[in-house]
Design a protein around this ligand. Structure first.
Ligand SMILES: NC(=O)c1ccc[n+]([C@@H]2O[C@H](COP(=O)([O-])OP(=O)(O)OC[C@H]3O[C@@H](n4cnc5c(N)ncnc54)[C@H](OP(=O)(O)O)[C@@H]3O)[C@@H](O)[C@H]2O)c1
Length: 350
């Protein structure tokens, strides 16, 4: 493990140089890995495992678009693509990558497929931490671990293909075999992690639920809409309001922040932007702090996960979701966004 100084706090990380792919292959030499679920994370992790030469199968319910996608990606029905239970039964390391609601629905059957010494792997702390809601309590005689890529399943794959890797956290909940850690690190490297940092199931799920509801998506979507609406109310055109709110962020500024950090951004904008942004940042921070507090409390208390399980288990979940997404898609703001994107030089029709 390397000791890294993160802003004055020393933490341990494991990089792909320290735990090489060759070592991962050796640790997993006698294992068959089942990737259960071919939604968003499933394909990224499964394809990377396969390309890294790990003995693996995909488990997916049949008669489904996800099954067809796995076939299109080269998995062979009856050989490397199997129904969920069959895949789980013939494997020693089971990566449970169904949607969190799907994990709850299938757990009673998947549990029956576990053999002593198997490893049960999650990419989210949800199912284990909120066991009172999910009912997912693994038997004592298996390893229970987590590798959570810090990005979409799509990025897990695209980063692998461009050679960069994704950062992932890892945790051990239960070590029956005494080998849980080396198995976890091996799987973490084999799915394409560039480095792995330790966490607990609790910390992973609390931070993840907060992040996606907060700055990564919920908060971001909300504040972008607030600024767009404000500019429109004051007579600015849709294209001006959208460019000043979203396009400049995604096409320019956030890329620079990704490369160099926020302090660099503040020192490399106009002095006019700099003074104003430095003055307003603390005001926004303080205005949203109570909301973040409320959010974290709701995560801790299980209210957020309860809502997720109720909403996502409803039979008409997909139809209701589509209606909700259509409202956003058809709003003036995001229709403007589509028009603005189509005007980017690389997309403009010649
Ligand atoms: N999305 C991400 O990038 C991301 C990032 C980090 C961690 N994670 C974690 O990774 C895990 C997988 O997430 P995901 O986003 O990849 O999930 P997802 O795309 O929502 O998963 C869909 C998969 O679950 C299956 N499924 C859902 N309900 C089912 C049911 N009742 N019975 C059988 N199969 C069912 C789907 O099959 P059908 O297609 O047949 O419905 C599909 O294979 C979760 O624990 C998530 O929190 C996800």
């Amino acid at each position: 493990m390397a000791q890294i100084n993160f802003g004055g706090v020393t933490e341990e990380v494991i990089t792909s140089e320290e735990f090489s792919l060759q070592k991962a292959r050796e640790v997993l030499a006698d294992e068959t890995v089942a990737v259960l679920g071919y939604g968003v994370q499933g394909p990224g992790q499964a394809l990377n495992l396969r390309d890294n030469g790990i003995n693996m199968v995909v488990g997916q319910r049949e008669n489904s678009n996800s099954w067809d996608r796995a076939v299109a990606d080269g998995f062979v029905p009856g050989q490397t693509l199997l129904p969920l239970e069959e895949a789980a039964r013939k494997s020693s390391a089971i990566q449970f990558l169904l949607s969190d609601a799907g994990q709850v629905a299938t757990w009673p059957k998947i549990k029956e497929c576990l053999n002593p010494g198997d490893l049960l792997y999650f990419s989210h702390g949800f199912s284990i931490v909120y066991k009172d809601q999910t009912g997912i309590i693994p038997p004592d005689n298996v390893d229970v671990v987590l590798v959570a890529p810090k990005g979409s399943g799509r990025t897990v794959r695209t980063n692998f293909l461009d050679g960069s890797g994704i950062n992932s956290s890892f945790a051990i909940h239960q070590d029956f075999t005494g080998r849980a850690k080396e198995r976890t690190l091996a799987l973490g490297i084999a799915i394409g992690s560039g480095y792995l940092f330790p966490t607990t199931f609790e910390n992973e799920v609390y931070s993840d639920l907060t992040g996606e509801r907060g700055i990564l998506m919920g908060c971001l979507a909300g504040v972008m809409e607030a600024q767009y609406n404000l500019l429109r109310q004051h007579g600015h055109s849709p294209s001006e309001a959208f460019n000043e709110t979203v396009e400049e962020l995604t096409q320019s500024l956030i890329r620079l922040v990704a490369e160099n950090g926020m302090d660099w951004m503040f020192s490399n904008c106009s002095t006019t932007a700099q003074r104003g942004a430095l003055d307003w940042a603390p005001k926004f921070r303080d205005a949203v702090a109570p909301l973040f507090d409320d959010l974290y409390q709701r995560v801790l208390s299980g209210k957020e996960t309860k809502r997720v399980l109720e909403a996502n288990s409803a039979p008409d979940y997909r139809e209701k979701l589509q209606k909700e997404l259509d409202v956003i898609k058809n709003s003036e703001m995001w229709q403007t966004g589509a028009a603005v994107r189509s005007l980017r030089p690389e997309r403009r029709q010649k």
